[in-house]
Ligand binder design. Sequence first.
Ligand code: HEM
Length: 501
Amino acid sequence: MSPLTQYLLAFVAIVIVPIYIYYTKYSKLLKFVRQFPNPPVIPLLGNALDFKTPGEFLKKLHEYTKTYGPVFHLQFGLRHSLVISDYKFLEFLLSHNSLLRKNANIKFLKPWIGDGLITADGGPRWRMHRKLITPAFHFKILEQFVDVFEADGDILIEKLSKESGNKSVDIYPYVTRCALDAICETAMGTKINVQTNQTSSYFESARHMCRLFVTRSTSILGRYDFFFQFTNDYKVQEKSVKILHDYTKEVIQNKRRELTNKHSDNTVDNTDELGRKRKKAFLDLILEAKVDNQTLTDEEIREEVDTFMFAGHDTTATSSSFILYCIANNKEVQEKILEEQRDIFGEEKNPKVTYANLQEMKYLENVVKEGLRLYTPVPISGRLIEQDVEYNGQIIPKGMNVGIFFHGIHMNPEYYPNPEKFDPSRFEVVGNKLPFAFIPFSAGPRNCIGQKYAMVEIKSIVSKVLRNFELSPAFPRHDLDLTPETVLKSLNGVRIGLKLR
Ligand code: HEM
């Protein structure tokens, strides 16, 4: 065989055959996706270069939604995705009982949280865990967590007091420590006190794992385990995961021991150091819970508790910070919140706040909702279509990636006129609610299990800060530099002015 023939055969084997296989395998998918508009692509790279930084990613998605409408198509290398913020399409995807699988990037959380509810594949194991864990979020349980939120909030106020009178303070680092203390105590019944201990290996490790999730999701090589294992970040991940897991495992073992002792010895003391009845943490409830006579193994419990630790602090911290920022920049809204606080507590700055009090804060609730709309903590989430499914008379083929663009629908003027404006009165209109137009906690079977917890905690933090401080815009003026990391963050902090009342 001549050398030319050999070269030709090699070319066919290496280039043509894979392309042929790709197009035959994905022809259905390509045919489907091509009916939707898409921004111009570069051969092979697709739209990959449109998104150089995570911050640009969010801006571009909004820009494309404006140009191409609420369903458009993006290409990353050979991967195709739809980005959806269309009401009907979202309603269909989020409500469907068999479209529950997250897309590939979620796997970068697995070294920490394994197959906990967030990362689970949406199959029978996830269903069983969801059923078993749901009762732990009953309002009777949340009621007893208010004392924890309030006590951690008091420390927050003490810390922020030192910043009083400064023209600008970045509140996010303070609030995030407060939220981590709260989730630790409510999830595991233990205290890590990261508000008072500035150096905490648990806190640092949790930060590293959140950062690595974003770095790996956006890295061309780092996303592959093969390349990642040679990086310094891999060593950071190994060390962080060990610290995080060791902590949770030890707490679980101690609780198991307590539980066994309790069953064998009825005299075990169920009160805390002040003689109050001990609160049940999520962990206590999960250890005792059964579905169809089945319980969770210690490893499964560890994964779920770590999932709460991950999902339950940065989300509430970032939302509370953005909401305080909105209030600081809207004097009228601040006055109305205070008026409501006075109606409930009189002039008392540090009353004993109960669950019922927090439920009374109706105006504040609208403020929180408007903050979640404008600064949606999880701006987008992904799903992988696992089997052909019919929507609107056509088949969405198996293998399709869809981006559920929560923030996209929140910024659609059809549902929210003048969407850039912070206006809590939008949520005052009763009887005109479209459930899939306000979805900061997602919706349907895989919605956020912690949404009531989050609302209670955010109201507790925000109302406490407002009763204690007069908020003002930062000086010099501070514009947020938003970026969707594990949750929405501001790269230049969330700065406001604070003055003790
Ligand atoms: C403002 C605060 C919060 C927001 C905006 C939020 C938002 C969300 C969203 C959008 C999802 C769906 C994600 C997806 O489809 O990929 C989700 C799921 C989840 N959230 Fe939250 N979340 C918040 C607070 C919390 C808290 C406090 C906890 C726990 C204490 C929590 C636990 C979870 C869990 C376990 C899931 C997975 C549920 C499942 O798939 O079955 N979240 N959250």
